[in-house]
Design a protein. Structure first.
Length: 188
């Protein structure tokens, strides 16, 4: 089982690396320019695929570690925090796909429209980043309880949302000045 666990963790790490780099690149680009619906849908499909891969590999590791024994799962504060974080991430992804992508296609965006789009984006970026943090937080697990992890996650979410509320007018201006841009999201 150690070999299988190692393979699953390695696959989990590779998928996470692809996901977080795709996320940060797309966030960077979306700050400066508006994307069309086909680009957003492609990004959404890619991120959904990667999130699915993370769920599959993560569940595999949890099964190896706990055999899904509720007592063992409830005994791991870090695991519980990670389950909360990825659950928020998954629910938020559904919101992004069903509301944000549609709103992004409006010709003119109000400040409220921009907030409806950027706040779930902030939650997404924060949750992906915090899930990565939890993946390497094993040394902290003996010092931090489930409540501590949730408080830390809540503070991170609050800061991400506050930052997004602050910079939403800049994004709105960038999007209205440049309109839709064709081509893939990239740093170029």
């Amino acid at each position: 089982m150690d070999a299988l666990r190692t393979v699953l963790i390695f696959l989990h790490l590779i998928v996470f690396a692809f996901a977080i780099s795709k996320l940060y690149i797309s966030d960077f680009n979306l700050f400066f320019r508006r994307s069309n619906l086909s680009e957003l849908k492609l990004l959404g499909r890619q991120m959904s695929f990667l999130l699915g891969g993370l769920w599959i590999t993560g569940i595999g590791v949890v099964f190896i570690d706990t055999s899904f024994d509720p007592v063992l799962i409830l005994a791991s504060d870090k695991l519980l925090a990670k389950l909360v974080c990825v659950s928020v991430l998954t629910i938020n992804a559904t919101l992004i796909h069903n509301i944000v992508f549609k709103k992004a296609q409006k010709a003119k965006l109000s400040y409220t429209d921009m907030l409806v789009m950027t706040i779930p984006g902030a939650i997404s970026t924060c949750s992906w980043t915090f899930a990565g943090f939890l993946g390497v937080a094993r040394p902290l697990a003996e010092y931090l309880s489930f409540q501590h992890f949730l408080i830390l996650y809540g503070v991170c979410l609050f800061l991400a949302i506050a930052l997004m509320v602050f910079i939403s007018p800049i994004i709105r201006r960038n999007w209205s000045e440049k309109g839709y841009v064709k081509g893939p999201l990239s740093f170029s």
